[in-house]
Design a protein around this ligand. Sequence first.
Ligand SMILES: *[C@@H]1O[C@H](CO)[C@@H](O)[C@H](O)[C@H]1NC(C)=O
Ligand SMILES: *[C@@H]1O[C@H](CO)[C@@H](O)[C@H](O)[C@H]1NC(C)=O
Length: 446
Amino acid sequence: MDEEYDVIVLGTGLKECILSGLLSVDGLKVLHMDRNDYYGGESASLNLIQQLWKRFRGADAPPASLGSSRDYNVDMIPKFMMANGVLVRVLIHTDVTKYLSFKAVDGGFVYNKQKVHKVPATDMEALKSPLMGIFEKRRARKFFIYVQDYNESDPKTHEGLDLTRLAVWDVARKYGLDDNTIDFIGHALALHRDDRYLNEPAIDTVKRMKLYAESLARFQGGSPYIYPLYGLGELPQAFARLSAVYGGTYMLNKPECKVEFDGEGKVVGVTSEGETAKCKKVVCDPSYLPGKVRKVGKVARAIAIMSHPIPNTNDSHSVQVILPQKQLGRKSDMYLFCCSYSHNVAPKGKFIAFVSTEAETDNPQVELKPGIDLLGPVDEIFFENYDRYEPVNEPSLDNCFISASYDATTHFESTVTDVLNMYTMITGKNLDLSVDLSAASAAEEY
Ligand SMILES: *[C@@H]1O[C@H](CO)[C@@H](O)[C@H](O)[C@H]1NC(C)=O
Ligand SMILES: *[C@@H]1O[C@H](CO)[C@@H](O)[C@H](O)[C@H]1NC(C)=O
């Protein structure tokens, strides 16, 4: 291993695989290693069902009534993609779409006043939504029309409001929207994870609402989300293949992967099985550089196997339900993810549901109750937690670029933001994602 790599990537989680794909396409010399003998790291979809039985039930295989474990393709970190979102743009930009087939997600719902409602995303849906009373519906409709027509580069559509200066609160007050309306808009359409957005410039929230509505418009009704057939497990490998096409080297099953530093603390290489590969930069998940990350929280979740869709979601065979923090008296939102045989992730007639949130107490199982109560009867349910880490190093000093652990959200927006920020830090430039989505959609198998 005498040659020097521009970048050594450690761990084959989704974030790391997207980065090694993008960096290879940029012409950098990339070596990608993983201590495991499979792709995906934390986000792997490796026989989850079998693992769950081993870990929680002490049995080798699930009961026969649940069907064959081979028919389950359950992701450890399940997340839906926004149809017009950044991840889809990355997939099209890199042509990785050719390795995958997607299918639209049936429903996007929000929990409000103890009930589950379809998320209204357009002025027409606002008028029909039972989330609001008759007068509030009309006010919300006006606001939705404003957002639909808003064009950043055309001041005529701004109606005299400078959204780069006005906070979300100010704009909501101008339209006379009540707290309940702002709450579902902020959390279920704009996908904010806490209430900080209320005091931030409204432009970001308006753009997020537009993304939701435009993603939704690509399909009939349903939701703005898409999800790969057979789950996300195909995604890291698709990026690995992309990297290989551009000269990247992949090595699985490499024990230890010790990152080496020079006297000034700058990374110089990675050692595995007594051999050191030299490099200028290291990209990795938190587990490869435990001394340069700190624990910032814990994700609590329940994984359920069911024989029916989530009640009150219009028989959706794939669905996301967002439970905004305020509706639960919590600090962080809760998320329901459900997918089924219609996406080829479970045997015929079976549904897999995840309930997840950021743990706020020492008893996360109790915290998850409001989400679990929405599932109806379950065939089986498992509880587990994992710690979340964030980097604390200074990449400009040590040339180490560490991803943050996956959060509790059941969509990809925050994950991809982390990846793009890392890309910019590593390369010093922004990724050009101005792809033509309309041209691409014809080629995809939705
Ligand atoms: C936004 O406004 C610019 C400038 O007037 C115009 O060129 C562009 O086509 C508009 N975009 C949309 C989607 O209407
Ligand atoms: C329920 O789903 C059907 C299609 O499966 C759709 O036509 C209908 O609009 C949906 N209803 C609601 C309230 O979302």
